[in-house]
Design a protein around this ligand. Structure first.
Ligand code: OAD
Length: 247
């Protein structure tokens, strides 16, 4: 049910929330023209094998091919703009008592739309770090497909994103866990809820008594445990929801 009543009921939950946690995934950037990972036909993992492009082992085996793929994605993202959903979430932060935005997206579009203090669960594609020492390196502003070298130790740079099989940054996990422990409303938007540990956040919020709301055109493993489920694209429905908060 996506009637105005449904949107108004969600707006009411957001108005009453003491601390709202929003978790976003690739679907939020889909309407900016950035492919998701798992959507049939258009998803990146429908065309490419994650084990060839998103693991440390793949990078060790074929750094230039993997780095070239990230340079292609960086260019694709640079050519896009935030969409109405990103802007609505930046606006939502001003209208609720407290909001923590956690994103699995590495594209930086929330920040470009004006969201502050975004928790980047899976890193940021524009940053590089040293593949040997993990230290932060300058962003690569070239279009070169060859990985730049760390100026300190000479090892290759790597994109500062979390690859399959890798642990998340401890500060990221800590900040997310604190927000989840404290939240009374949890909003899951544009994520398939299939990738651990992001997939656990909604469930943890739910066991702490938070109200769960999902916005996604498709059903996900979280849908069944949500009190509110909006079957729609985020760029369409989020501005509508934020407008409903004003009334
Ligand atoms: P997925 O590609 O797994 O899921 C995207 C979700 O967005 C799906 O549930 C779609 O139904 C939904 N969707 C598509 N278009 C939408 C729209 N216009 N509005 C709202 N929702 C829409 O992407 P994630 O859940 O983000 O990891 O994937 C999680 C992680 O898996 C990613 O962060 C990435 C990937 O491997 C890393 O890069 C480390």
């Amino acid at each position: 049910m996506n009637s105005d009543n449904h949107i108004n009921a969600i707006a009411e939950q957001l108005k009453q929330a003491r601390h709202c946690v929003v978790l976003t995934g690739a679907g939020v950037s889909a309407e900016s023209g950035i492919p998701t990972f798992r959507d049939a036909l258009s998803g990146l993992w429908e065309k490419f094998r994650p084990e060839d492009l998103a693991t440390a082992e793949a990078y060790r085996k074929n750094p230039e091919m993997v780095y070239a793929w990230y340079q292609w994605r960086r260019q694709l993202i640079s050519d896009t703009e935030p969409n109405a959903g990103h802007y609505a979430l930046a606006e939502l932060a001003k209208r609720v008592e407290r909001l923590t935005l956690i994103t699995q997206n590495v594209d930086g579009l929330h920040q470009r739309a004006g969201s502050a203090d975004v928790i980047e669960f899976h890193g940021n594609i524009f940053r590089n770090r040293c593949f040997a020492e993990n230290t932060a390196l300058a962003p690569d502003t070239t279009r070169s497909e060859k990985p730049p070298l760390c100026p300190v130790c000479g090892a290759m740079a790597r994109p500062d994103v979390v690859w399959f099989g890798e642990a998340l940054e401890p500060q990221v996990l800590q900040a997310s866990a604190e927000a989840i422990d404290d939240c009374d409303v949890f909003l899951s938007i544009g994520t398939s809820s299939l990738v651990y540990p992001a997939s656990e956040l909604g469930l943890a919020a739910r066991s702490n008594g938070a109200v769960l709301i999902e916005i996604n055109p498709q059903q996900t493993p979280l849908t069944a445990v949500c009190q509110f489920s909006v079957t729609a694209n985020s760029a369409g429905v989020l501005p509508h929801m934020v407008r409903a908060l004003k009334t």
